[in-house]
Design a protein around this ligand. Structure first.
Ligand SMILES: [Zn+2]
Length: 395
């Protein structure tokens, strides 16, 4: 028997997390043939639902949004939507998808059972028998670019094992949209509890809610924030707020984590990596333990774009959130941006900023103590206005 492990290939690993979540197990080593089958049932239930195919709802997630992940794949290709009536077309596409999924499931089972084999999977590096291997192209593996997509006879595609091919089918359950700009993104992390919490919350549960409400499926994107960096940070804050007890330990000993913005449609592939600094996760976990009100204050005052703002205010707020969030992802100083001179306040609050300076900016505790002492002295001084003006002029 062979064991399932993370591969380092972002799309496959994010798929594995969603597969794990659907198989209702905590560790990849616990994925058995039965769990794989159970997860496939879940995937079919969601992706082949009326709400995914666009029957009786406004939009077709399968024909539309999915073409940005897996163009010309079973759900997308117009040639699979055969039939006279809507039902016939849907049945035809359901059959095509089921056939492909059954084939991948068989190969995944063969991969699990294999001790050795004559081929090597390019993604997980395991040796597998030829019967357990699949040939994938851009239609089923994001960012495998090339003419092969339209002229399969010209090129061979890439050989990956059944387990990796099956995992990538679950990838859509780990995909989200960024705030305001609606770009597709996902988190790639070796910390499985984080990756499975994302797939469970923003994938499975989000899609199940849409199906129950009889609404068109779409990726989760209801973030009250703006921009790429803003969305990534907002997700981290929200995850810790919701699953602090389970995730705090993982955050205090962080593993490499990167957010990827991507597109894999017929206009051409695109990917951009946003690495998450190592110091950021322990900082967030420590702040939440220190004070949940300080944690929320930093979160909302730095990242939230409230609804109902007038256009001009909204634009200014979006600009502020994008700029500060990017600085945080770059581990740069944020205190200048957050000082609101007009309102004489520090956006995010001092408790959050103090810990950021300490944990992320590595400022010495003595320096912080001097700053705080200076602040207290200034506030108590009779000449406070004069001193503040001097300080502003010196900045
Ligand atoms: Zn593999």
């Amino acid at each position: 028997m062979s064991e399932v492990h993370l591969t380092g290939q972002p799309f496959i690993d994010a798929g594995l997390a969603a597969l794990l979540s659907a198989g209702k197990v905590d560790r990849l080593e616990e994925l058995s043939a039965e769990r794989l089958a159970q997860a496939c049932e879940e995937l079919q239930r969601v992706l082949l639902s009326d709400q995914a195919l666009g029957i009786g709802v406004a939009k077709s997630f399968a024909k539309g949004t999915m073409s940005q992940l897996f163009p010309n794949s079973e759900l997308v290709s117009p040639s699979n939507w055969k039939g006279e009536t809507v039902e016939e077309k849907a049945e035809s596409v359901r059959r095509k998808f089921r056939e492909a999924l059954v084939s991948d499931l068989q190969k995944a089972r063969a991969s699990l059972q294999a001790e050795d084999g004559e081929e090597v999977c390019f993604a997980c590096g395991e040796r597998r028998p030829a019967a357990a291997m699949a040939t994938v192209r851009k239609a089923n593996m994001p960012l495998l670019e090339g003419i092969v997509n339209f002229y399969p006879a010209f090129a061979y595609g890439v050989r990956i094992c059944g387990l990796c091919a099956l995992a990538v089918r679950f990838f859509p359950m780990s995909v989200m949209r960024t705030g305001v700009y609606n770009r597709l993104w996902f988190l790639h992390t070796q910390a499985l509890p984080i990756a499975t919490a994302v797939a469970q919350t923003y994938g499975w549960e989000h899609f199940n809610r849409a199906i129950a409400a009889n609404e068109s499926l779409d990726f989760f994107g209801a973030w009250a924030t703006a921009g790429n960096a803003g969305t990534v940070l907002y997700l981290l804050f929200e995850l810790l707020e919701r699953f602090g007890d389970q995730l705090r330990g993982v955050c205090q000993n962080p593993l490499p984590t990167t957010a990827y913005l991507f597109r894999n449609d017929n206009r051409g592939g695109f990917v951009q990596a946003l690495p998450i600094p190592h110091e950021l996760m322990p900082f967030l976990a420590k702040l939440q333990v220190a004070s949940s009100s300080a944690y929320r204050r930093l979160w909302f005052e730095l990242l939230q774009v409230p609804s109902g703002l007038a256009e001009k205010e909204r634009k200014a707020r979006i600009g502020f959130v994008q700029s500060v969030a990017q600085r945080v992802l770059d581990s740069r100083s944020i205190i200048n941006e957050c000082l609101d001179d007009a309102a004489l306040r520090l956006r995010g609050g001092w408790v959050g900023h103090r810990l950021y300076l300490q944990e992320v900016r590595r400022m010495a505790t003595e320096k912080l103590a001097i700053l705080e002492q200076l602040g207290i002295s200034l506030a108590q001084s009779a000449d406070v206005k004069k001193h503040v003006n001097e300080l502003r002029a010196a900045r």
